[in-house]
Design a protein around this ligand. Sequence first.
Ligand code: PLP
Length: 387
Amino acid sequence: MQFIDLKAQQARIREDIEARLKVILDHGRYVMGPEIDEIEESLANFSGAKYGLGCASGTDALLLALLAKGIGPGDAILTTPFTFIATAEVVSLLNAVPVFVDIDPKTFNMDPAALEKTILAMESGAGDLPLPKTDNLPKPKGIIAVDLFGQVADYARIEAIAEKHGLFVVEDAAQSFGGLQNGKRACSFGDVACTSFFPAKPLGCYGDGGMCFTDDEELDKIMRSLRMHGQGDDRYDNVRIGINGRIDSFQAAVLISKFSIFPEELDLRQKAAERYNSLLAGSDKVVTPFVEEGNQSAWAQYTLKAAKPEWRDQLLKHLQEQGVPTAVYYPKPLHRQDAFADLGYAKGDFPVSDDCAARVFSLPMHPYISEEDQEAVAKAILSFEVK
Ligand SMILES: *Cc1c(COP(=O)(O)O)cnc(C)c1O
């Protein structure tokens, strides 16, 4: 049994991918070839955003969004500590300060009430909330909300708070491409949405890749320039400091091919998640994923919580003995990472994130997982006994 089976998917589209790669070998436009325009247009259409901008990774997508917003020293970006490092890393890379906000214990996404409290505490300089221990408190400029494990965050509330306080919103949709909220797709929320095409993500390529989505023509233009060393009217005219953040034609071709079966794969993921839900419904050892009314997850991960934190590692050992691969996303929240030590946060500052980090684990999840494998996984979980 595999945690994510990319081979089963490849078997379906291998010939198409080979044909598309051959076209590139013939036309020779390895960088910024016609495949880039094609995938940008298809994915923007699918997501319901006006513009899609391919780039080198999900991390670069976030970096381009913050660069386009002019983020730098003295600025604060609010985000959650229960996410992949890249979400907050790009903030620090620009010498701005990530300010953490705790999550909702059921969805694992940013808790809008905690967000508003944190912004108010920063504006007044008062309150007993944990804030970064920097000499001068940075000024809140934007919010990066994360659609963790594939479920779209609560943008209705987050965007209302952002508007009230004059902040921009970035949707970190690295895990949620294809997810839905009240009929709207992931990557259509916030001022800019950023996704990743790392192979293990819901829509992955065969290397690194990412995309920014926006409805804002001016922002799209700036990000396009930033992606190409701050290019102006032509290649040797540079109007701002940018990066080399392009996606290559090979990766775009792989995405075109994979996207042709992606809507079907989303349905298969949803069915697999429902099957796990019903197989595990009777367990008192685990809590199955909670999906908010009106949401459909892209199921980047099927993540359970051990009913008690002290059971998690015993349960993982038991599953390993039964031949079931698992993973823990994320064992150490960002406020406790050495990389962010200079922010001065401590364990306990974000109790929900700390609790989730101690209890979560993810099961094998991909569109091609068989019923038998899912039954075997469930059987292994149901046979777990606390020592
Ligand atoms: C994967 C991921 C990223 C970064 O994407 P890369 O393509 O690996 O750079 C950012 N944020 C989240 C939440 C992710 O899961």
